[in-house]
Write a protein that binds this ligand. Structure first.
Ligand SMILES: NC(=O)c1ccc[n+]([C@@H]2O[C@H](COP(=O)([O-])OP(=O)(O)OC[C@H]3O[C@@H](n4cnc5c(N)ncnc54)[C@H](O)[C@@H]3O)[C@@H](O)[C@H]2O)c1
Length: 345
């Protein structure tokens, strides 16, 4: 890659979020070009045609073998991520991987080691860190305006009505794929603190008929940090009013909040009263955050600086998620140290 040529990005996984990311990097990220798309299904061909991308591959490895690709965006299902990160790093490609980076700590360690060994950038898709409200909240914390964080809160409510087939949702998804955003956000908003203890309560309140098969669609998790802060994260798979993502930090010196269920700050006044619009999709509510994370990824590659969201950040969020999975089934607190110890045992 020469200094003035664009970073040549390729997409692995042309599904729902991959299509969103491909459109952003193809059309809106300065200094980046989308040069290839890989997916075993015809969605790769459709997406490449929509975005005028010349190269389509139907296997990830075929794409990784190409010499005209500098970096990959991995947007495949969660359980394939770590293996693809390892393969991409081995091929010398910089890697952006959607959350969760891995679903076990051993896999997370392999992914981090592979990127370190290859000397490639590894960035993980915790896009909330790039949303303007979260960026401003973190700045207020960094400059001392909130004082010492004491209570933190993070909320994710997916837009309803919930229509997915519970049987097709892997066990632990509410912790490993939904609340993982909140676990990372809580760490981001409590900088330098380590999670110590996790207690989770989860149920199938939206689809109680699927509970016996292990389905969980509603959860509250408390996370105790080593600086004394107490955090809660909560998730629901069915908010009828739209996609709802919010965070809050209350400290000794003040409070910050970030995020909103409102799509914009517009308020409509009409004959039936006053109302606001909500977003039905994460890709609408957080569009600027998704775009900013790809601008940052491209910049990290160009400048040779570390990614702003690292594999280690992803490992920390995963350790909380795994503790929450265990706590929800044992119905008691789980020490994060116990979860971490198992990987080194
Ligand atoms: N950061 C966010 O806000 C956000 C939002 C949505 C989804 N996600 C994450 O993105 C990931 C994908 O989610 P999705 O909803 O787009 O899933 P999806 O099922 O819509 O798409 C996944 C795509 O990957 C393809 N695929 C599977 N294995 C592959 C392989 N080995 N090589 C190439 N392609 C392969 C599938 O054919 C499919 O087209 C998940 O981990 C999810 O948690 C993140």
């Amino acid at each position: 890659m020469s200094k003035n040529s664009p970073v040549r990005l390729a997409l692995v996984g042309a599904g729902r979020i991959g299509s969103n990311h491909a459109e952003l990097v193809a059309r809106h990220v300065p200094g980046a070009a989308l040069v290839a798309v890989a997916d075993p299904t015809p969605s790769a061909d459709r997406l490449a045609a929509d975005l005028d991308v010349a190269v389509v591959e139907h296997s990830a490895q075929a794409l990784l073998d190409r010499t005209d690709v500098d970096a990959v965006l991995i947007t495949t299902p969660a359980r394939t991520h770590a293996e693809l990160v390892v393969a991409a790093a081995a091929a010398g490609k910089h890697v952006f991987v959607e959350k969760p980076m891995a679903v076990t700590l051993a896999e997370a360690d392999r992914a981090i080691a592979a990127a370190d060994d290859a000397g490639v950038v590894l960035q993980v898709g915790f896009n909330r860190r790039f949303a303007p409200g979260w960026v401003a909240a973190r700045a207020a914390i960094d400059t001392g305006r909130v004082g010492t964080p004491q209570l933190l809160r993070s909320v994710t409510r997916d837009p309803g009505p919930f229509s997915a087939d519970p049987a097709r949702i892997p066990p632990g998804t509410i912790f490993l794929e939904t609340l993982i955003h909140d676990f990372d956000a809580l760490c981001f908003l409590n900088p330098g603190a380590r999670p110590v203890r996790v207690t989770a309560l989860a149920d199938a309140l939206i689809r109680p008929d699927a509970k016996a098969a292990g389905h969980l669609d509603t959860a509250v998790v408390t996370v105790e940090f080593d600086n004394g802060a107490i955090a809660t994260a909560e998730a629901s798979f069915s908010a009828l009013y739209g996609y709802d993502v919010r965070g809050e930090v209350f400290g000794s010196g003040g409070m910050v909040t970030a995020g909103d269920a409102r799509a914009t700050d517009m308020t409509y006044y009409g004959p039936d009263g006053i109302g606001v619009d909500t977003a039905r999709r994460d890709t609408d509510l957080l569009r600027s955050a998704y775009l900013a994370e790809f601008v940052a990824f491209t910049e990290a590659i160009r400048s040779g600086t570390p990614a702003p969201v690292t594999g280690t950040d992803a490992r920390t969020a995963l350790s909380i998620a795994l503790a929450a999975v265990r706590s929800a089934s044992t119905r008691g607190p789980v020490e994060v140290a116990d979860v971490l110890a198992e990987v080194t045992a």
